[in-house]
Design a protein around this ligand. Sequence first.
Ligand code: PBG
Length: 327
Amino acid sequence: MAFPDTRMRRLRRHPRLRDMVAETDLRPDDLIAPLFVREGIDTPQPITSLPGVVQHTVDSLVEEARRLHSLGVPALLLFGVPAAKDGIGSGASDPDGIVQVALRRLAEALSGQMLLVADLCLDEYTEHGHCGILDRHGDVDNDLTLERYQSVALAQARAGVDMVAPSGMMDGQVAAIRQALDGDGFAGVPILAYAAKYASALYGPFREAVDVTITGGGDRRGYQQDARNRREALREVLLDVEEGADMIMVKPALAYLDVIAAVRARVDVPVAAYHVSGEYAMIKAAADRGWIDGPAVALEHTLAIKRAGADVILTYLAAELAEVLNG
Ligand code: PBG
C-alpha cells in the first residue's frame, strides 16, 4: 500500500532550508518608527496606553533617532505635541513650531543618516481636534484646510524634512501639497500619502499620545473612510497617485490586510501600511498579562502586513523588531 508521502514537510525539516524558501522577508530597512515630540517639557513623558512609547523632549528625540539608526531602522515619522492650540492649528506651520524645531535639530545631529518624515496634519494643533479648519457650521472646510496644509508643508520642508506624510484625508491634499512644494524649490521632497485611511477605533491610544480630544464627542467619519468599503479605498489610492503621491499608505494595517493586497495589485508605487497605536497596545496589554508571547506576536503581525503586500511598515515596534531581526 502506498503511504501518504511527505511532499509538503520535506522543505520544513531544516531551519536553513526554511530560511532559503521563505517567501516573505522582513528587514529593519522596511520599518519607519513613529515618534512624538512635545513642546515645553524637560523630561520625556510616558504614554499610559502605549507602554514603552514616550512624548520626547527635543534632546531625547535626537537620542532615540540615533538608537534607531544604530539598529538599522532607516526612517522616523514625526508627530508634534504643541504647548498651545488654536482654531487654525498655527503651531503646525510656525517656523518655531515644535516639529520644525525638532526637524532642524535632527537634521543637524544626524546629517542625513536617517530619513526624516513628518506627519502633515492639523489635529494635534487645533483646539477642536479636527484635521482641518471648521466653517461656521462646524464642518471641516476642505479647501481652506488645503491652504493650511500647503503652509505646513513649506514650514516642514524649510526645516529640513525629507518626506511629508499628509494624514488629514482632505480631497485634493496631495495635489495642493505637491504644488506648494514645487513652487518653493522643494520638488525633490516626496509625498507619502495616507491614502486609504479608515475612521478607526484603533487610533485611541494615539489620541492620548498627542493630547487630542475631538470637541463635542465628534469623530472623523466625515473625512476618513468607512470600514465597510474596499472599492472606495482603491478610488482614494488612484486619486492620490494621480495627484502625485510618491508612496501610498493603508491604515490601520491588520484589520485591512485585504485592502493592502488589493492596493498592491492595483498600483506600482511603493505601498506602506501603518500598524497603529491600538494594534500595538493590544499586543502589549495581552503580553503584559502573560496571555501571549509579545515579541512572537509582534513579528507574526508585521510579517502578515508585509505578506499582504506592504513594502514599508510604520510601527511603534520598529526598535524592538529591529533588535530581533538583527539577531
Ligand atoms: C492624524 C493622525 C492620526 C494617526 C496618525 N495621524 C489620528 C487620527 O486620524 O485620528 C493615528 C496613528 C495611530 O493610531 O497610531 N494626524
